[in-house]
Design a protein around this ligand. Structure first.
Ligand code: ADE
Length: 232
């Protein structure tokens, strides 16, 4: 039986899904509340991990060790790195990379964790495909792109920082947890996918746009995840 861990960093990224699930048990660990139950008939554990890479990594390890999840979905908002993506649009991550892992002075490329056999953590291809089907069926009038996601412990809100990420690692969008979730899922051999909706353009307008659009963007993600859990 599949058991899907669904992680959002902020309450607004998981509140709609939590409201719709049937909760069997709530377990608190590492100051995170894990809601175990069913969503649209699928077995799920929904959790708000908090912002940033450490919170995200800890959360995945708890989902692996204490809940034996078979799949992981990371849902939430992100800043756009591509002119193809406007506020509200969706990104399904095929791979995730750290934009702030920098051991270039020792000859590594940006994003490469020394000792890891990959620089870009690959999402599960079947989950990516299923998410694309859900997009077509459940959220049809929104632009969806499938590709790389860049993560780091920074809210990106300048043209310079945005350009740096595009040059260093590329990607359709940037956020603060995806690559850490991908990294921890990769180490635990748990298939995962990251689904993000654009809340801002990660440039000089981001600090204005983000508060205005985070709610609507998060709602787009929730609509997708609600359908997607039935396809895993
Ligand atoms: N999440 C949403 N927008 C973001 C941005 N501009 N930078 C980092 N994380 C984000």
């Amino acid at each position: 039986m599949n058991k899907i861990g669904i992680i959002g960093a902020m309450e607004l990224e998981v509140e709609a899904l939590k409201a719709e699930m049937s909760v069997k048990r709530i377990v608190e660990k590492a100051s995170m509340k894990f809601y175990e139950g069913t969503l649209n008939q699928a077995e799920v554990v929904i959790v708000q991990c908090g912002i940033g890479k450490v919170n995200a990594g800890i959360c995945v390890q708890i989902l692996a060790d204490c809940f034996a999840v078979t799949h992981i979905i990371n849902t939430g908002v992100a800043g756009s790195l591509s002119a193809e993506l406007d506020i509200g649009d969706l990104v399904i991550g095929t791979e995730a990379v750290y934009h702030d892992m920098d051991v270039t002075s020792l000859g590594y490329e940006i994003g490469q964790v020394p000792g890891m056999d990959v620089r870009f953590f690959p999402a599960d291809t079947a989950m990516v495909e299923a998410a694309r089907v859900s997009c077509r069926e459940a959220v049809c009038d929104i632009t969806v792109r499938t590709g790389k996601i860049a993560s780091g412990d920074q809210f990106i809100s300048s043209k310079e920082a945005k350009e740096h990420i595009i040059t260093a690692v590329g990607g359709y969008c940037t956020e603060m947890e995806g690559a850490a979730i991908a990294h921890a899922a990769y180490l635990n051999r748990i298939p995962f996918v990251i689904i993000r909706a654009i809340s801002d353009k990660a440039d000089d307008s981001a600090h204005m746009d983000y508060p205005s659009f985070e709610k609507a963007a998060a709602a787009h993600c929730s609509a997708l995840v609600r359908d997607f859990v039935t396809k895993i």
